[in-house]
Design a binder for this molecule. Structure first.
Ligand code: GLN
Length: 284
């Protein structure tokens, strides 16, 4: 009996990358289309092309990358975030759908309180800064990263999206190169504990660990940002932070100890606490 090569690949992906059969089929279609410059519509119209031996050969190379754990976004060099296309590679964290909550809340606060200046710490691919800029072209954004590699990717994304004139990209180790004050500070810092089991999951070893982990508790960067933000916020300025599903209480304690009021937190679409924030009511 002849075994369909794609059927074998579906089974391998399901097993090795712990995904469902339908997830594996959809990834294989994406990889096949990418390897052969075919869009998803062409694949639907002509499913037989997926069994063409010449085309299968091209696809095999990207499938091998995937089966060794490389995330699809790095293979394609692209990830959609907030409805926008972002170039990604192994120099930056892949933007997560969960982080769209942080962007929504930042846009909400900017509109509600007529905020004018934003500082984003640890911009990575630039997804947060560029998404805000695309929706609110009248505010001034400074976006930092300690990785020059990441800043290059972020700038390229801002140029592609036509918002580079709205964002000042700056090399900075958190606040080290920052001066002045802002109406809003926003960050999705690394927050995973260094020995957390989730770092063994599919794909994690391909992402920059500097963007994922932060000390033994995962709270090092969050602690530093909360403790220093006060010096860089205008009166009534807001701080919004993404954090781990189990870090809401720790974040609340940090914010409260740091003198923040109007504390709030919001859960992501998966129902996990994901963003916490507060504001500084009196100038330091
Ligand atoms: N939310 C990401 C994850 O779970 C981590 C991103 C981060 O540390 N900021 O992989």
């Amino acid at each position: 009996m002849k075994v369909d090569p794609l059927e074998l690949d579906i089974n391998s992906l399901t097993r090795k990358c712990s995904m469902s059969r339908s997830e594996a089929i959809s990834e294989i279609k994406i990889l096949f289309g990418f390897a052969n410059d075919l869009d998803q519509l062409e694949l639907i119209k002509e499913p037989g092309v997926m069994r063409d031996p010449v085309k299968l050969k091209k696809y095999k190379r990207v499938f091998n990358d995937r089966i060794t754990g490389k995330p699809v976004a790095y293979i394609l060099g692209y990830k959609e975030f907030y409805g926008l296309p972002f170039e990604v590679n192994e120099r930056v964290l892949i933007p997560r759908p969960d982080t769209e909550l942080l962007v929504n809340l930042a846009i909400e606060k900017i509109q509600q309180y007529s905020l004018k200046t934003v500082l984003e710490l640890g911009t990575g691919s630039g997804a947060i800064a560029a998404s805000i800029a695309t929706h609110l072209p009248n505010i001034k954004i400074t976006a930092t990263d300690v990785s020059s590699d990441a800043l290059e990717v972020a700038l390229a994304n801002a140029i592609t999206l036509g918002v580079n004139h709205l964002i000042d990209f700056k090399y900075s180790d958190w606040f080290s190169e920052i001066s002045g004050k802002f109406d809003l500070i926003v960050s999705n810092p690394p927050y995973i504990a260094e020995d957390h089991a989730c770092l063994q999951r599919d794909g994690a070893k391909y992402e920059p660990s500097i963007a994922l982990t932060s000390g033994l508790s995962g709270l090092d960067a969050l602690t530093l940002i909360v403790s220093q933000s006060r010096n860089f916020l205008n009166k009534d300025g807001w701080l919004l932070l993404e954090h781990g599903y189990d870090q809401r209480d720790s974040c609340r304690q940090l914010l409260s100890a740091g003198g923040f009021t109007s504390l709030f937190d919001e859960s992501d679409l998966g129902g996990n606490p994901r963003v916490s924030g507060g504001r500084i009511e009196d100038e330091s």
